[in-house]
Every structure is written in structure tokens, then in C-alpha cells.
Design a protein around this ligand. Sequence first.
Ligand SMILES: Cc1cc2nc3c(=O)[nH]c(=O)nc-3n(C[C@H](O)[C@H](O)[C@H](O)COP(=O)(O)OP(=O)(O)OC[C@H]3O[C@@H](n4cnc5c(N)ncnc54)[C@H](O)[C@@H]3O)c2cc1C
Length: 511
Amino acid sequence: MTDYDAIVVGSGAGGLAASVRIARNDHSVLLLEATPGLGGCLRPFEKAGYTFDMGLHYVGELGEGEKFWEALNELGLLDRIEFIELDPEAIDRYVFPDFELRLCKGKQRFKEQLIQLFPKEASGIEKYFGIYEKVTRASESFMDIEARPLQLLGWVVRNPVMLRYGRVPYQALLDTVTSDIRLQTALAAPWFDFLLPPERAAVSYGVGTWYHYLSGGYYPRGGSRALRDAFVDELEQRGAEVRTSAGASSIDRRNGGFLVTFAGGKQATSRVVVSNVNPVVTFGQLVNPNLVPSGVAKKAKGLRPSASVFGLLIGTDLDLPALGVGSGNLVPYAGYDVNKIFAATMAADSPRVSDCFFVNSPSVRDPAAGLAPPGHHSLEVLAGASYAAFERWADLAAADRGEEYEALVAELSDQLVSTLERFIPQLSRHLEFVEVITPLTLARGIGLVEGGIYGPEVTPDQMGPARFPDGRCGIDGLFLAGAGTKGSSVFYSTLSGVQAGRKAVSYLTSQ
Ligand SMILES: Cc1cc2nc3c(=O)[nH]c(=O)nc-3n(C[C@H](O)[C@H](O)[C@H](O)COP(=O)(O)OP(=O)(O)OC[C@H]3O[C@@H](n4cnc5c(N)ncnc54)[C@H](O)[C@@H]3O)c2cc1C
């Protein structure tokens, strides 16, 4: 007799989705979360009357029948959550030194915009979209695949484009379609959504990010917490048990099922476990090493984390809509070479975070949700940053990090605010509230490995079967969900949770 049918470890999007999927099949679920709050990256930062989103600024594929819509439908959440559509003319605004590109809704319109900006490159742009069709079709069909050798082989045979583009970086595709560095930069403009430059990112991300948003960009009404709360409300209605400040410290076998130790010595048993914790930690620290197949241990250990961010959460009394701040995201660029921009941003010494960063305003998007005090607005400003630049202060509390740390934070903050003043004049004189986010904030607060905001980095050698795309890990009854499985985003984590939940249900019913 076990205490629960399923124990889910970690309450990020993947853990929440898996818990809901299992609970909806009338199985008992215990969800364990290490921190005092639920949601992982979906957990908002709330202070001084402001509510900021940590890890969900926008999401796509929400039209009826599209992948994210389908996942929410399967989880029974469509009635629990509403989404605001971001400005379809400017989901993202990429502002380069001498032109602006807008990620608009509609592939054809977006292609026409590119051709208008680069008329001499029309044939290269057409070629790009030809490859785009094949790569996105391949990625879509990979989504539900079982990562077994025969299935993988069949997938490659059906998608020969991946023989050419599956193992090379996005730069190889860009070089095939154009030698114009400005167009290459335009085609790599949303690199921020996976934090890797073209010379390192997988083609499926370089191309797939366009695909994800070209049918519209969306923001949960009420902010990222509203998505988190939709999951939690459904769990409560289904009678699942949810515990916070209850970090799991070990996962072991007991009577053919599992024994999970948590919260400093409490124990519970279950027939299945879903781990929403990064595979590096799941297999490096939680699961009894004797249970882990050597290939799985090696694969998990070798996964490198994604880059992190330096960010400012700003409250201001400026009238942002009157200054032209819209519902979409603003991405200023200082130059035309994303590979160089990435290197400057990620430098361990003297990083230059202002060369490209990402800005949005939750309170402009959703003025009725009370995300900022009356008469005020909020701004989230995020730039790529390396853990290495902050690592030496990792063991110290923020107040004890000393002058050098304070100077670095002040320098990076100045870079961002002064660049942003080109778009929001006088901002530096209207900073009513500022909270700094560093890689250390994310490592400590959410447990992200090295503060990496997207789980394992999405280089070609860490894609597909090099991670855990179908949630299986070679241990019967143990499944994985989250950014270490399919890919990095709320979208992929939610889909992975649905998949892990389905697998858990079929395992439970087959026993
Ligand atoms: C600054 C930032 C901006 C982002 N912007 C976007 C965006 O706009 N759109 C988008 O789609 N994605 C975005 N992302 C990425 C996205 O938020 C994440 O990829 C996704 O939410 C990760 O979900 P997950 O399921 O992997 O779980 P996570 O969110 O990583 O949560 C894992 C949970 O497990 C808990 N945990 C860890 N160890 C234990 C343990 N031993 N026991 C119990 N619990 C444990 C953690 O405390 C955490 O709550 C962003 C991320 C960040 C940080």
C-alpha cells in the first residue's frame, strides 16, 4: 500500500501540468515544492504594490487547435485562464541602429516586411521560409515522439531537412540564405528567447521561435501568476495535496514503487514519481545512484545550463502608454552581429548588457489587473548575463556582497537605464521602485542551475535525444517534466508535463 499514486517533485510549469494531468484521472497526487511559493519561474515577484513576472513574458500557439491551446484544453484549464493578445503589429519591436523590424502576426505579412526592408535579398528570404516550413514541420512531429532508436530513425527519414540542419548551428542556415549581416541579424533577432547566438543555437530554435509567435503573442490576464493559479485551482478541485517549503532530498525504491524523503526527513511513498527538477539535479542529487542507468547519469551530468540574465524590475510614475510603450516587447540593438553582442553581454569581466536587451510593461498590457499602484506603471528590463560574472558572490547574502558587487550592479543598471532613456525619456528621474535580478537571484530563488533561465542550453548537441524529450529516463515509473526534457519555455515545460502526466497515468493503469 502506498501513500499516493503519484508524487510530483517541483511545481514549475512542468510539475504543475503533470500533477493536473494525473489528478484529472482520479489518481491521488502529492506535489512537493522546495520554496515557500508555487510556480517556479511562473511565481511572480511582488513588492511595494507591484507585481512583476519572473519567467513568463509572452507565449504563443494559443489559437484553437494549436499546441499550447491543446495542452491547456487537455488539462481542463481553458475556462480558468484568459489571455490578452499582444499588439499583433508589434509582438516584438527589434530596434536596430538604422532600421526597425517588427514581429507581427502572420507569416506572410512578416515575410513581406522583411522583403520590403531587404529588397535585394528577396530570393534569400524566400529560401529561408522554404527551409522554415520543413524545419517547423519536423519540430512539430518531434513533439510527441518516443525517443527510441527506431522512432528516431523513422523521424529523420520522414524529415530529411534535419540531416542537413539537425546537428549544425543556426548560423549555418543563415549563411546558406544570405551573406548580408543586417539580414542575418534580423533573422536572428529573437535570440533572446533562448539566449544563444546563431553560431551556437540549434536551428530548430532559431526558426521555431518565429513559428511560435507568428500566430500571435499572448500574456495571461493577471500576469504569470494567473497561469500558475489556474493550475493550482484545478489541483485543489481535484483533491491533490500540495506542500510548499517541502524540498525533496532523495528518491528511492520501496516495495516496487518509490519512497521520497522531503522537508528535512518526512517521507511518503508512491507508485510513480514525476521530477520537475533539472535532470542534472534529479540524477546528481535526488535519485539513488544505484537506480540510475549509467547512460542516463552520464547524459544528465553533461547537460550545460543556459545563460542567465541581469534584469531590472522598475516602478515608475511616467505615463508609459503616452510615451509610446505598447503591449508588445521592445528589444533595442546596439549593432548588427548577434554573435558579438552575445559575447559582450556574457563576458565574465566588464559585461556590456546594453548592446541588446528585452523590455516590457505588465501594467501596460493589463491595466485592470492592479499590477502597479494607481498612477504608476511597471517595466521589466532583462539582458543576458553569465553566471561567471557573479559567481564569486554566490555564497554571500545580497547585503554582504560588498563594494565591488555594488559597483558592478550600479554599472549594469546605468547601462540599461541610460540606453532605455532613448525610448522612455527622463526614466532615470522617475524610478520609483527598482529591484535588481542577477543570476544569483534566480539560482537561489528558483533553484535554476547557475541561474540558467532556460534549463539546459539549446545547442545542437543538447537537443532531441541528447536531453529527455519524451520524459522517460530508464527507470520504470519515474518520469521527467520541465525545461530539461523537450526544450526551454513555459510552452515546452507545460507540454512536457502533459506528456509525463499521460505516461504516469498509463503506467498506473497498467499495474
Ligand atoms: C527571467 C526569465 C524570463 C523568461 N521568459 C519567458 C517567456 O517570456 N516565455 C516563456 O515561455 N518562457 C520564459 N522563460 C522560461 C520559462 O519560464 C521556463 O523555461 C519554465 O517556466 C521552466 O519550467 P519548469 O517546468 O522547467 O520548472 P521551473 O520553473 O524551473 O520550476 C522548478 C521548480 O522545482 C522546484 N524544485 C527544485 N528542486 C526541488 C526539490 N528538490 N524538491 C522540490 N521542489 C524542487 C523549484 O523550486 C521550482 O519551483 C523565462 C525564464 C526566466 C527565468
